[in-house]
Write a protein that binds this ligand. Structure first.
Ligand SMILES: [Zn+2]
Length: 355
């Protein structure tokens, strides 16, 4: 066999080996390795080319052309094999990522507002619908707003009854955690007078309050909603009408109410408000201690001294005010037996109370 025929035979066998290897390559990395093995600088084709130097110069172009053809066809075969593998890889990926739309979905657990927050929102909304403006005040108060301006001077025994938490070294004057939402009355009246000059004003002030007390019916932190209205000729009749409407709306039934004379420093006259028992409709049960009545809040006509403390003429204007315990009303409405359940944050309880 002549030298040139031997080279041609080598090239043909190399080409058929290469094509077989390309078509059986398992992946793109394997194919890349084959490209190096056959067409690389130190590849099989280069090895064959080394033989070309031994040929007579006249035959070299002939074999050169043959080598180029082989190189071209191997390169084309590699590109085709590569494209084929890329398509296969894509199909495999799509298969792997297939979503079975017939599978049942995973349930996402929903959060809910805390029952106390639900109660605050409900109560505030009822007063908003009656035209009361919503106001808020700071939880850290000074003695003026929490006591003095509400007709509770330093020597007044009511101060001792409030079991106040004092906050030390906040400023030059003694500061405390507000013991009721009534200081918002003072702040709202002062702000309103500064902006509008004179009454009427009607405000609802929901918020947190603090007292150093803890048992089945007391928590050191609890919530109140303070409601008051100041205008000319405001009377106890207005107070009773607003209370009746509020309590009937909140309990979603026509509740009867009863005002009992009482004493609060910041109202005169003052009354404690009872509602006809929402559990036994007045027949008598364990909750109402067989009296048919449940005490729900304290109320009264704003004391003239309180109006004076913010500069409202108590001869010309009068007002009513009341403060209600949010936890107590929520317990009554939703049948919760122990105040502490609100603050234990047992998820089962919170879920049941969620809405
Ligand atoms: Zn009852």
């Amino acid at each position: 066999m002549s030298e040139i025929d031997s080279l041609k035979a080598q090239l043909e066998s190399l080409q058929s080996d290469a094509l077989a290897a390309f078509s059986s390559a398992a992946d793109l990395a394997g194919l890349q390795q084959l490209r190096v093995n056959y067409l690389g600088k130190k590849g099989a084709l280069t090895e064959v080319l080394k033989g070309v130097g031994k040929l007579p110069p006249a035959e070299r172009p002939v074999i050169g052309q043959f080598v180029n053809q082989t190189k071209q066809s191997l390169s084309t075969a590699l590109d085709e094999a590569e494209a084929g593998l890329a398509v296969k890889a894509k199909i495999a990926r799509i298969e792997a990522e297939r979503v079975d739309v017939t599978l049942a979905g995973r349930s996402v657990s929903k959060g809910a507002l805390h029952p106390v927050q639900q109660g605050l929102d409900e109560m505030t909304a009822i007063f908003s619908q009656m035209g009361f403006a919503v106001a808020e005040g700071p939880e850290i108060e000074n003695e003026f707003h929490n006591f003095d301006a509400l007709n509770i001077p330093p020597e007044h025994p009511a101060r001792a009854m409030h079991d106040t938490f004092f906050v030390e070294e906040m400023s030059d004057e003694p500061m405390l955690l507000r013991t009721h939402t009534s200081p918002v009355q003072i702040r709202a009246m002062k702000q309103f007078l500064a902006e509008s000059g004179e009454p009427p004003l009607a405000v609802v002030a929901p918020g947190r309050v603090y007292r150093c007390d803890y048992d089945v019916t007391h928590s050191p932190m609890f919530h109140q909603v303070e409601v008051f209205k100041v205008d000319r000729d405001v009377s106890m009749a207005h107070l009773k009408g607003v209370l009746k409407h509020f309590l009937s709306t909140y309990f979603e039934k026509d509740v009867s109410i009863r005002l009992r004379p009482h004493y609060f420093p910041f109202t005169e006259p003052s009354a404690e408000v009872d509602i006809g028992c929402v559990f036994c409709a007045g027949k008598g049960c364990r909750i109402c201690k067989n009296s048919g009545w449940i005490e729900v809040l304290g109320s009264g006509m704003i004391h003239p001294n309180v109006l004076k403390s913010v500069g409202i003429d108590s001869e010309e204007f009068s007002g009513f005010a009341f403060g209600l315990g949010v936890e107590r009303l929520v317990m009554l409405k939703r049948g919760i037996p122990d105040l502490r359940m609100f603050f234990e944050n047992d998820v089962r309880f919170l879920r049941r109370m969620g809405s």
